[in-house]
Design a protein around this ligand. Structure first.
Ligand SMILES: Cc1cc2nc3c(=O)[nH]c(=O)nc-3n(C[C@H](O)[C@H](O)[C@H](O)COP(=O)(O)O)c2cc1C
Length: 381
């Protein structure tokens, strides 16, 4: 299978599976417990149907949106994800460059493998910095200062990861950073020499957002210890209110799921929220962002930008979320499998397919701008 024969999410996933050692593929593809929420995220889009309007003159379609003060040429963005250079040696550089070409926003994770500054230099697109709340308040402020200097437009605090999700696939393979593979896991690496040659002939693995604070390189600190020892499970709304004020710019919370929390996000001065269950990787059995969208948009949609992510595989999924009032939609595995499959050309091919699908879908819906999509554009079964 080759990149040129990839036409959708499933094709890219298959190609990524062919190329990646199984422990890495399963780290991306896996989710928590029984992976019910992971499956549900995509199924949720099938609980409603689009209602097209016809004969509306749709020769020119403008799919741009403005979210959190950022103008995006299309209504999807690349949600921040960890460890991208493990998936392909270009990692975050490929995603930043591809997002730049398509005029959309991209996130760099605290657990990213390319620095905020390097990503900024590659892309003129709006950049999100995803971070976690540390016990050390000085460290939180230092990270915000660094993001400001780097020219990051949007801060995104992930609030659904107060403790790690139960990822059983990773337990079975021994996937961890630093690598602690069991024998079965090591065998899986040995059968993918192409990946191994690529990985070991490029720059050394690093976590540049963290490595001046946490010694991960020499193996004394693992990601799981970073989560348990350095992050603060006691964080609360007052702590985050202080952070939002300290940042003094676009600030969103990723992982909001209830109306009450959405209202609190407004109260503490956030400018955005992302309805998300972390791609099903945290609380299994939790509801999908799409299922919660209408009620949260009704409650706070005029006060804060509501976004969602999880399970998006098609342009029509995006149209459904926009119809319910999402300002933009985040992509996770949708661009990660293409990254793993083929690096920057893979991410670009996936974003181009998404762009074409959204444009085609808007034409078939009789819409020339995103604002023409509304609750009347769909019906629940
Ligand atoms: C491999 C992987 C790593 C991720 N790493 C992070 C991360 O470091 N920080 C974060 O806030 N979300 C992370 N996420 C969650 C994504 O930002 C996003 O919420 C999720 O992938 C959306 O679901 P989808 O993959 O079905 O599109 C990660 C997701 C995946 C699949």
């Amino acid at each position: 299978m080759r990149l040129t024969s990839c036409y959708n999410f499933h094709d890219f996933r298959r190609l990524a599976k062919q190329r990646l050692p199984a422990p890495i593929f399963n780290y991306i593809d896996g989710a928590a417990d029984d992976e019910v929420t992971y499956r549900r995220n995509t199924e949720a889009f099938e609980t409603c149907d689009l209602l097209p309007s016809v004969l509306r003159g749709v020769s020119e379609v403008d799919m741009s949106v403005t979210v959190m003060g950022q103008k995006l040429a299309m209504p999807v963005y690349c949600s921040p994800t960890a460890l991208q250079r493990l998936f392909h040696h270009q990692g975050e550089r490929a995603v930043a460059a591809a997002a730049g070409k398509f005029g959309t926003m991209f996130g760099v994770s605290s657990l990213g493998t390319v620095s905020l500054e390097d990503a900024r230099a590659i892309s003129k697109s709006p950049q999100v910095y995803q971070f976690y709340f540390h016990k050390d308040r000085g460290l939180n402020r230092e990270m915000m200062a660094r993001a400001k200097t780097a020219g990051v437009e949007v801060m995104m605090l992930t609030v659904d990861s107060i403790t790690g999700g139960n990822r059983e696939r990773d337990k079975r393979t021994g996937f961890a950073i630093p690598f602690k593979l069991n024998l079965a896991g090591m065998t899986q690496f040995a059968v993918k020499p192409g990946w191994a040659i690529n990985y070991f002939t490029h720059e050394k693995f690093r976590l540049p957002q963290l490595d001046s604070h946490v010694d991960m390189g020499s193996g004394t600190m693992s990601i799981s210890r970073y989560f348990t020892e350095m992050l603060d499970p006691a964080m609360n709304w007052d702590d985050v209110r202080e952070m939002v004020a300290h940042w003094g710019g676009q600030f969103c919370l990723k992982g909001i799921m209830t109306v009450e929390d959405a209202r609190r996000a407004v109260d503490i001065g956030c400018t955005g929220i992302v309805l998300s269950n972390h791609g099903g990787r945290q609380l299994d059995g939790s509801r999908s962002g799409f299922d919660q969208l209408a009620e949260i948009v009704d409650a706070v949609g005029d006060k804060i930008d509501v976004m969602m992510d999880g399970g998006v595989q098609r342009g029509t999924h995006v149209l459904k979320a926009l119809s319910l009032g999402a300002k933009a939609v985040g992509l996770g595995r949708y661009y990660l499998f293409p990254l793993a499959a083929a690096g920057q050309p893979g991410v670009e091919r996936a974003l181009e397919q998404m762009r074409v699908e959204i444009e085609r879908g808007m034409k078939l819906m009789g819409c020339t701008t995103v604002s023409q999509l509304s609750r009347d554009s769909l019906r629940f079964r």
